[in-house]
Every structure is written in C-alpha cells, then in structure tokens.
Design a protein around this ligand. Structure first.
Ligand code: TUI
Length: 315
C-alpha cells in the first residue's frame, strides 16, 4: 500500500499522513512518535525562539531515524531566525502557515529541504507552485487554530485542479473515512492535528485533552474575524469575553493584547476557561486518548473497509 503514492515517494515515508505542526504541543515527542509510526511528524515552531526550536529538532533527530518536519508560522516574530535554524539543521521537510514563504525558498531548497506550505486558497496555491514548492497542504476552515474561510470539501478539489504538484488535504479529517474522502477529492495525502492532540504522546495538559474528549460537533467557535486573524477554538469563558469585546467595537490592538499568551495558558497551565483551546471541528469524533502508533494503525487499517463501503454504495 502507498508504494506509488507521490507524497510517500517525495518524502520517503510509509504513509501519506502528516501530523499538523501545532504550536506548543507539536513537540519532538509527538513528531518523533508519528514519524516512527510511518507518518510525517511535524514540530510546530509557533512563536518559539530559535534556540528552543534547535533543541527540539535535535531531540527529534535522536528519537527517530525517519524523516520529520518543522512547521514555521510566518507571523512569528522570530521567523527569520527560525528559518535559519531549519536551514542549518537541514530539516527534511518544512511546512509553513499563515503567510507566503516564497522569500525563504532558495535557502531551503539549497540544503535539500522539501517545502510544503499550507494554503487556504487556490490563488496562493498557484502563486507558490510557480515559486517552486514541492507540494501544498490545502487546509479547510474546519481546522483548529488560524484558519481560512473555504471548507475542505470545496477547497481541495479546486486546488488539485489548479496545480501540478501533490496536494495534502487538511481540515476536518479524523478517521479512515475522512482519509478516503480526501483521496476521492484528488488529494495524495492528509494532514491531521486534532486526532493527535488526544494521543498519549501529546504533552498538552490533561485538562486540555479532557475538554477535547468532551467536545461535540458544534463546540468550536471562531474568534478574531474582526482582526483579520480568525482562530478556531473551543467555546469557553475566554471566547465569550472576546465576543463581548468585539461587540463593543474594541480596537485590533486591544483584541490582540487580550489574546496574547492564551494558547500556552491552556496547553501547559491547564487553564481551559481563560486559555485558548485550539481544535478543529472534527473534535466531536474523539472519545479516547490512544498511543500514536495505535492511531496510525487504525487510520491505515480502516481505509480498505471504508473503500468497500463506498464500493457497495455504488452497486
Ligand atoms: O497556521 C495555521 N494554523 C495555526 S498557526 C497557530 S499559532 C497562533 N497562535 C496564536 C494565535 C493565532 C495563531 C495556530 N494555528 N494554519 C495554516 C494556515 N495558513 N491556515 C490559513 C493559512 C493562511 C492564511 C492566509 C495561509 C496564507 C494566507 O495568506 C497569505 C498571503 O500572502 O496570501
């Protein structure tokens, strides 16, 4: 299975399943577990300072001999320095989020890193493919964290039709059915974040994981639409206060000040009422914390049965 899959061939991995590079919780522990299980583990650089990122990359190199990636948030205040770190460390795969990575491509390609940006529109996908990226991750608005506004169902086939590089689908994918659906839309691989939040290897605070396990299909809301930086999170005290500020026409500066530091408050301190509990809309599907290896085995193992169901529906 997947011997001829373009993503597996491009990256030299067993399964075309990426773990989304989540800020604060996409650590070397999680990334190396996913890579060891045959997927692509990705360290989330978020707003991490360069020295910390280097330490995390070096841990991942000790804990897996398989390819892994680093996700660079292009809105990070340290973006230039962290790009320098991934170049020096010759990280095999670099994914980017929340912007256009074109200016960093020459340095990354020079050391042989594969560059795979996250896009939320056809226009950006086309522009980046012209700049020479290796593949694109088409991420729908069902995702957690910083999001675009097109759904995965609408975005993926339109990106697939617009570009001639492999497409990885992201947003709202949580099980084998979702993976099969992504392939049906023309994607060659998938990226999943939320499913890996509720894994044993994820270092998120138990309060964070437990709230995700209790969440239902309509438990997430989007904050920050008025600032131009929409972020999907679980509804809580923080999102209610944020909505009140938005209703009272708070300035972008006030809203950004209110939001600062909220993710770490939830992921590490476990304050899931005042913190930002970023998660995708698929979170209602998860009822159990499992080891990463089990999650990946179940995902891959269920694809054939899901395909069989599709086949039967066509009869
Ligand atoms: O980046 C993400 N998801 C994230 S980043 C993050 S860290 C954070 N911390 C605190 C507050 C806010 C965020 C949490 N989740 N996903 C990738 C992604 N990229 N989604 C959407 C985009 C995107 C949006 C606009 C990519 C490019 C873009 O336009 C850039 C351009 O130049 O047109």
């Amino acid at each position: 299975m997947f011997e001829e899959n373009p993503i597996c061939k491009l990256l030299n991995i067993k399964y075309p399943i990426f773990q989304g590079g989540m800020a604060w919780i996409g650590t070397a522990e999680l990334a190396s577990a996913v890579s060891n299980a045959g997927g692509l583990g990705i360290i989330g650089a978020g707003h991490m300072p360069p020295d910390l990122l280097r330490a995390e990359i070096q841990k991942a190199k000790r804990w897996t001999d398989k390819p892994f990636g680093v996700n660079i948030m292009l809105m990070s205040p340290f973006v230039k320095e962290v790009m320098q770190v991934v170049v020096e460390e010759r990280v095999p795969v670099v994914t980017t989020g929340a912007g256009n990575p074109a200016e960093y491509l020459p340095a990354l390609k020079e050391v042989g890193s594969k560059v795979i940006p996250v896009v939320a529109s056809v226009a950006l996908a086309k522009r980046l493919v012209r700049s020479g990226v290796d593949a694109v991750i088409a991420e729908g608005t069902e995702s957690g964290g910083h999001i675009g506004d097109i759904t995965t169902m609408a975005l993926v086939p339109q990106v697939v039709d617009a570009v001639d590089v492999p497409v990885i689908a992201a947003g709202g994918i949580g099980d084998s059915r979702g993976i099969l659906a992504a392939f049906a839309l023309g994607a060659s691989g998938v990226q999943m974040g939320s499913r890996f939040v509720v894994s044993e290897e994820c270092i998120a605070h138990p309060n964070y994981k437990n709230l995700v396990l209790k969440a239902k299909d309509r438990s997430t809301v989007v904050t920050g639409r008025s600032t131009g930086h929409p972020v999907r999170v679980l509804a809580n005290k923080m999102t209610r206060e944020y909505a009140e500020l938005e209703t009272n026409q708070a300035s972008v500066e006030e809203l950004e000040k209110f939001g600062a530091g909220r993710l770490n408050m939830a992921t590490h301190k476990g304050d899931v009422e005042n913190g930002s509990v970023m998660i995708g809309q698929i979170c209602g599907m998860f009822h159990e914390i499992k080891p990463v290896a089990t999650i990946i085995e179940e995902l891959v193992g269920g694809i054939a049965a899901a395909g069989e169901r599709v086949h039967n529906t066509l009869k």
